[in-house]
Write a protein that binds this ligand. Structure first.
Ligand SMILES: Cc1cc2nc3c(=O)[nH]c(=O)nc-3n(C[C@H](O)[C@H](O)[C@H](O)COP(=O)(O)OP(=O)(O)OC[C@H]3O[C@@H](n4cnc5c(N)ncnc54)[C@H](O)[C@@H]3O)c2cc1C
Length: 391
């Protein structure tokens, strides 16, 4: 007799009347923290989340009080880093930032998630799959989804060497920072509250974002977040332990506010290491082992953050995967059929956006041609909208 339908999700997910388990190697809802811009995936989130959680999205924002519509900030801003003047301000209805740590903490409530389990092997049986973990435990199911991020184990298991990420030739820094109360208030006023990024003629990108306001009326507790990229110089590769904040400070001459002050005000003790800027997109279709194993999110398509599309696509994958599983549950499609349809969409959409985002990364370091770049031409819309408009 074959086993009942059961989904094993490595990394993230939730139910919909379908038996499932989510397994994550992190010891708690989130060890690391950053922010993501949610734009076109909003309606999909409304479908995926229980009503109560969807209505609590503001709690997951860096500033829970920000209503981007009421505050007339339904956009992101890209400035000329040299003058501070707006180059482009792509609008998006309802756009909001989500703090990853707050989001995971709230959304993991009432989800069957087991933390502290690192996937170490996948075994196929006659009627399903078994996921094995480093702690010696395992989970049985009928289908396994690798939502295990940019360095996905599941992707390596399916594709071997083809799963290796490409490291782009840029220095990449991302780190949180607290300012004095006075500076925090000034920064909060100066910057766009959703996304405020600058492109500079000296081939450099800097972004300043709010990450959290733990105590609303104590600006000294507010946490900001800085992102910076510039092309690598092979002669002066930084060492793994080098504090790149010093290097960033030295590169800020000729920058205008808010970026100038955002870096100038970084307290002396703040440290940041260089992080590899990795991408991966499917070159060919992957084999989903007759519908037993597939990928979602960054595991299926890791893209640079410069067009803010990774989380939007990951949410889209979840919505499509749940729809596929509903079809299987209701016998509208076999597992192999539903998964083939799911994979076709994820692979096509992912492959396109990984390339568009890579082009956007290059454009942020090519000031002269920046105005021809995807974010200027298409804003932060999904790439499928753009290709559909063309056809
Ligand atoms: C600095 C930065 C800024 C970004 N800004 C934006 C933005 O503005 N807009 C946007 O849309 N996207 C943005 N992104 C991208 C976005 O964060 C990712 O696309 C999104 O988080 C992908 O989610 P995921 O669940 O696929 O992967 P992840 O968030 O990486 O989650 C993977 C999970 O899998 C778990 N895991 C990994 N390996 C194993 C294993 N072997 N066993 C068990 N568990 C495992 C990890 O613990 C982790 O919890 C940004 C990314 C960064 C780094």
């Amino acid at each position: 007799m074959s086993q009942p339908h059961r989904v094993i999700v490595i990394g993230a997910g939730k139910g919909n009347g379908i038996d499932y388990v989510v397994v994550d190697k992190e010891s708690a809802p989130r060890d690391r923290n950053w922010g993501v811009t949610i734009a076109w995936s909003h309606p999909l989130l409304a479908q995926l989340l229980p009503k109560e959680l969807f209505s609590r999205l503001p709690e997951c924002q860096p500033d829970p009080n920000l209503d981007s519509k009421a505050a007339r900030f339904e956009s992101v801003i890209i400035r000329d880093g040299q003058s501070g003047a707006t180059l482009v301000q792509p609008p998006f209805p309802g756009v909001r930032r989500l703090n990853i740590q707050k989001t995971r903490t709230l959304w993991s409530k009432d989800v069957n998630v087991k933390f502290g389990k690192t996937l170490s092997d996948i075994e196929q049986t006659t009627d399903g799959v078994v996921a094995h973990f480093h702690d010696g435990t395992s989970e049985k199911g009928t289908v396994l989804v690798g939502a295990d991020g940019g360095s996905s184990f599941v992707r390596r298991w399916i594709l071997g060497d083809e799963a290796a990420s490409i490291v782009l030739p840029y220095i990449f820094l991302n780190f949180p920072v607290r300012y004095t109360a006075e500076q925090a208030l000034k920064m909060d006023k100066m910057m766009h509250p959703i996304v405020d990024v600058g492109v500079h003629p000296k081939s450099m990108y800097v972004g300043i974002f709010l990450l959290d306001k733990p105590v609303l009326d104590q600006p000294e507790t507010w946490i900001f977040y800085l992102l910076a990229t510039w092309p690598k110089n092979k002669q002066t590769e930084p060492s793994d332990n080098q504090n790149m904040v010093d290097e960033l400070r030295q590169r800020m001459d000729g920058w205008a506010d808010p970026y100038k002050s955002a870096v100038e005000w970084i307290p002396e003790h703040v440290q940041a290491k260089v992080v590899p800027l990795k991408i991966w997109g499917p070159k060919t279709d992957w084999s989903n082992q007759s519908g037993r194993v597939t990928l979602a999110g960054d595991a299926a398509h890791s893209m640079t953050f410069h067009r803010g599309q990774g989380a939007n696509n990951a949410i889209c994958d979840s919505e499509r995967f749940v729809a596929a599983m509903v079809k299987v549950q209701s016998s509208e499609a076999t597992l192999a059929e539903a998964m083939a349809e799911y994979d076709r969409d994820v692979i096509t959409r992912g492959r396109q956006e990984v390339e568009v985002s890579r082009t956007q990364t290059e454009a942020f370091h090519d000031y002269a041609n920046f105005l021809n770049s995807p974010v200027v031409k298409y804003g932060i819309k999904p790439i499928s909208d753009v290709t559909n408009q063309k056809s």
